[in-house]
Ligand binder design. Structure first.
Ligand SMILES: [Zn+2]
Length: 473
């Protein structure tokens, strides 16, 4: 693996990059927005504050371990392999946490961490210039201690990257329920702590020469007094972010995920990301390239049959069942994640915003679901290689063995070439696929066709972010 070298970044020229990562455990987005939280709101006003959905239970239970691991590694649980709070079987060697990376790539940076939940210290904060661990037992006192120590560090010391963990919102939810007044009061107390930290940042004598990235996030929501499973209150986490390079308009136009935290911090310190690291996220505010995002769902509708310019559909699905799911449709990923009780739809975590779905189970009509989605024609040199990449999320229950999902290349000479096939009833969740083929000698254009055939109407296939790349001969 090559070691990337820091590069100059014009947006932070002349000012020293500094970053603050604050994680408020177990905080529901609906309770956050209902509470009085001027500090977190101020981050959102300068940048973005928005819901940020975690996986559903097809990938992992919504407990704390996976959420914190995703926030610290920049990859989803099927890579870091933290599925519960004991971190058993984790792969943090292959996907090291942020503080480990920073320690290796930028040992010159002065870092601070305070967290009273032992697994964070045991597994995610390998080293920090200052690492505090208040003794577990009194989260309200510990949150105050974390604030006091971080404010002190900001006042008196050189500091580049600080991590602060707040525990009392989650603890209050578990004690008296996340619908309680006490839970809202805990959110407001923590927001007061965050206000004190932000004031300490602004009061630094060197503040004018510093460029601060501020990130505030949670690991999961809650449902009642428990973590729940696929409920919206559990799955709706949130992220607030601001920095000189985060354009609020661009940031508010897309959705952001826990895995975007690490790429944002690396970008802020001008540490180039090596593709070999396998990070799943992007810096917050990165513009999208997905053609599906050019389509909007009309007001009052859940999904739309409209397709991006140049795309087409071959529909053989009968006009029975739910018309909102007849054949390939475009839908916002988070709206689709709620359909039919979720059933793994929410685990398409590598997709964002608009996705294309062929949901035979949700359609539920009589006859065979048979729908083909086609990309625009793309010119290709005869004989040349082409590549199609996309994110795929596939589940089929009780499938009839000879039917399922296929990807074909169709050429303008009338020939076709099968690139991919999935017939067996197996899950393949949130998987990036890259398929390659060659253009026949007699052809000059290619288009890609995604076809789902399901006579049992017992599954779904969703894709996102399709890209077709053509090599010159
Ligand atoms: Zn938690």
């Amino acid at each position: 693996m090559s070691t990337p070298r820091p590069m100059a970044d014009p947006t932070t020229a002349g000012r020293r990059p500094k970053a603050l990562l604050i994680v408020v455990d177990g905080t529901r987005y609906d309770r956050l927005t209902a509470a009085g939280t001027p500090a977190i709101d101020s981050v959102g006003e300068a940048g973005v504050l928005a819901p940020s959905h975690i996986t559903d239970t097809a990938l992992t239970l919504p407990v704390s371990g996976p959420g914190h691991a995703s926030l610290h590694t920049g990859v989803w649980p099927d890579k870091h392999l933290v599925f519960e709070n004991e971190f058993a079987g984790h792969d943090l060697t292959r996907y090291p946490p942020l503080f480990t990376r920073i320690g290796e790539l930028r040992p010159d940076l002065v870092t601070f961490s305070s967290a009273d939940w032992a697994p964070i210290n045991d597994f995610l904060i390998a080293s920090a210039t200052t690492r505090l661990q208040p003794e577990e037992g009194d989260p309200v006192r510990n949150d105050a201690a974390t604030t006091r120590d971080l404010v002190h560090a900001l006042k008196d010391r050189e500091l580049d990257l600080a991590y602060a963990y707040f525990h009392q919102v989650d603890a209050t939810g578990h004690a008296v329920g996340s619908d309680s007044d006490a839970y809202g009061a805990a959110i407001e107390r923590v927001d007061g702590h965050i206000g004190d930290i932000l004031s300490a940042v602004r009061a630094r004598p060197t503040h004018a020469e510093e460029d601060w990235l501020v990130l505030v996030a949670t690991d999961h929501g809650q449902t009642g007094d428990l973590h729940g499973g696929d409920e919206e209150t559990t799955r709706t986490a949130w992220i607030a972010a601001s920095a000189s390079w985060i354009d609020p308009g661009a940031a508010r136009a897309r959705t952001w995920r826990q895995v975007d935290v690490v790429p944002s911090i690396l970008r802020h310190f001008a540490i180039p990301v090596d593709p070999a690291w396998g990070l799943d996220g992007v810096p917050i505010g990165t513009p999208g390239q997905d053609p599906f995002d050019t389509v909007a769902v009309p007001d009052g509708a859940t999904s739309t049959g409209q397709l991006p310019a140049g795309w087409s559909r071959l529909e053989r699905t009968p006009d029975s069942g739910d018309p909102g799911y007849r054949g390939w449709r475009l839908i916002r990923q988070q709206d689709w994640a709620r359909e039919d009780g979720g059933r793994g739809r929410g685990s398409f975590v590598r997709s964002r915003d608009m996705i294309a779905v062929a949901d035979s189970r949700r359609w539920g009509g009589t006859g065979d679901f048979d729908s083909t989605l086609r990309s625009p024609w793309t010119p290709v040199t005869p004989g040349a290689r082409f590549t199609v990449s996309f994110l795929s999320h596939y589940r089929l229950w009780n499938a009839i063995p000879e039917f399922g999902a296929t990807v074909h290349a169709e050429f303008d000479d009338g020939s076709t070439h099968r690139l991919w096939l999935r017939l067996r009833p197996e899950s393949q969740l949130s998987t990036p696929l890259t398929l390659t083929g060659h253009c026949p000698d007699g052809a000059g254009q290619v288009r890609i066709a995604w076809r789902l055939v399901d006579p049992g109407t017992r599954g779904y296939w969703a894709i996102s972010a399709p890209e077709i790349a053509v090599a010159t001969a």
